[in-house]
Design a protein around this ligand. Structure first.
Ligand code: NAD
Length: 479
């Protein structure tokens, strides 16, 4: 019998083990470092029942009280930051600090920041009409039980993005982390349950291919699903949710284009572009995934990016000197290898990388590929790994059309010193967020979400909070 620690589920305020458990792998060593309870549909039943039972009292609490408790959760995260950071590194491979300070410290620090900001958000009653004849008010009411399903790339931060606005708005939650990264989330839910009433925040876990996720998406006791993950899974969830008309927020894949105009200072923008593409090994939804560079600076920028790729330190994330860790899981590593092979076949010129790095973990060399265009897999599909296509363009108007010719629409960026021109180009990009002279930086008070097949709805700020409510209009006739 394994001596690895087993992380339990948490239902109605109680830790729950299951008949079996599954291994959680450290991608830096490819060896297990923990186990997690392997739940099934019966645990989904129990968790939904607990969340439904807790809902009326939680929804009836004053806004001030819910805001206060969420503020306490931010303090709990802060107090446990070193432990949570270590768990993030062990299960995701993410370095403690990381390229451009995007690492485990940012994941836990971001979780704290989002919790603090969400605790202060509110959705006041809106008065549409108030005259001698009538008063019309618009109220925001909680939906009921929210199911949160999270991916492996930012497991704690994304769980926080889901949970906090759901709770703030008065809903109760059943949370299911990725089978690849359940540990930090399980530890956080345990800590949070010392603060929250039993049943308000429940955790179920399932092994790979388990029935837990699908059981949540069809359960009639769940009113809304907030999901972050691949577009393929998002489609399945939307299909399953149709029978009970669940509300949905879907944050799905992206294939963000960055467009570099000829007026930039190449040496100054190169490190920012490199970090935007390679932080967390490219495993962030809003990483820069297609880099379009004007022909007049193409060679110079490629040379700068190559130098940065050759200097970056890849290794075990627990080593504070490392800037990039391993790819998070074997399947993703193999997917990146397959995309690299396709890029080779399709005529891509590998400026660097294109191969695994030695060691037992899932390490892959940062890879830059020149000479490809749309029509190649690396350009058309989300790579979600450390391999970036740098694409040459001639005409700015034409490149906007090329960038838009993709089924994804999460983010995009324009790089130029001409901010007026950037603002005009930004409006022409078909994506949920456009950054100018940066890429991928999200913040807790500004809405973020994808259009086209990158998702449905937004997260963060008041717009994101509103997605965890339904509107009730009250019209009172005075005469
Ligand atoms: P995934 O879709 O494989 O898994 C995500 C979650 O869904 C996991 O918890 C998984 O167990 C669960 N799941 C799988 N099948 C299910 C089903 N049939 N019903 C219910 N749940 C199911 O995604 P992933 O590989 O973990 O994450 C990578 C993807 O996530 C990338 O495409 C990335 O772009 C995307 N992503 C998007 C955002 C965003 O905000 N738009 C953020 C992070 C990641």
């Amino acid at each position: 019998m394994s001596e690895l620690p087993i992380y339990p589920m948490l239902i109605a305020g109680q830790p729950v083990l299951a008949a079996t458990s599954f291994e959680v792998i450290n991608p830096a060593t490819a060896a297990p470092f923990a186990r997690a309870a392997a739940g099934d549909a019966s645990h989904v039943e129990a968790a939904v029942a607990a969340a439904r039972a807790a809902f009326p009292a939680w929804a009836a609490r004053s806004d001030t009280e819910r805001s206060r408790l969420i503020g306490v959760l931010a303090e709990v995260l802060q107090a446990n930051m070193p432990e949570l950071m270590r768990l993030v590194t062990l299960e995701t491979g993410k370095p403690v600090d990381g390229l451009n300070h995007v690492g485990a410290g940012m994941e836990v620090g971001g979780a704290i920041a989002w919790t603090q900001v969400t605790s202060q958000l509110d959705l006041p009653v809106e008065v549409i009409q108030d005259n001698a004849e009538a008063r019309v008010e618009v109220h925001r009411k909680p939906l009921g039980v929210v199911a949160s399903i999270t991916p492996w790339n930012w497991p704690l931060m994304i769980a926080i993005w889901h949970i906090m606005p759901a709770l703030r708005a008065g809903n109760t939650v059943v949370l299911k982390p990725s089978e690849l990264t359940p540990v930090t989330t399980a530890r956080f839910v345990e800590l949070a349950n010392a603060v929250l009433p039993p049943g308000v925040l429940n955790l179920v876990m399932g092994a790979a291919g388990s029935e837990v996720g699908p059981a949540m998406t069809i359960h009639p006791g769940i009113d809304k699903i907030v999901f972050t993950g691949s577009t393929a899974t998002g489609r399945k969830i939307m299909g399953n949710a149709a029978a009970t008309l669940k509300r949905l927020t879907l944050e799905l894949g992206g294939n963000d284009a960055g467009i570099v105009l000829p007026d930039v200072e190449v040496k100054a923008v190169a490190p920012k572009l490199f970090a935007a593409a390679f932080h967390n090994n490219g495993q962030t939804c809003a990483c820069l995934k297609r880099l379009y560079v004007h022909e007049s600076i193409y060679e110079a920028l490629c040379a700068e990016l190559l130098a940065l790729a050759q200097a970056v330190k890849v290794g075990d994330g627990l080593d504070p000197a490392c800037q990039l860790g391993p790819i998070q899981n074997r399947m993703q590593l193999e997917k990146v290898e397959a995309i690299a092979e396709a890029a080779r076949r399709q005529g891509g010129q590998f400026l660097c990388g294109g191969e695994r790095l030695p060691g037992s973990g899932y390490f892959y060399a940062p890879t830059i590929v020149a000479g490809l265009d749309e029509g190649s897999q690396l350009v058309d599909e989300e790579q979600f790994g450390p391999i970036l296509p740098v694409i040459r363009y001639v005409d700015v108007d034409e490149v906007v059309v090329r960038a838009n010719r993709n089924s994804n629409g999460l983010g995009g960026s324009i790089w130029t010193r001409d901010l007026d021109r950037a603002a005009a180009l930004a409006l022409r990009l078909e994506c949920g967020t456009v950054w100018v002279n940066e890429h991928g930086a999200v913040q807790p008070d500004a809405p973020f979400g994808g259009i086209k097949q990158s998702g449905l709805g937004v997260e963060f700020g008041r717009h994101g909070l509103a997605e965890f409510t339904s509107i009730q209009t009250i019209k009172m006739m005075k005469a």
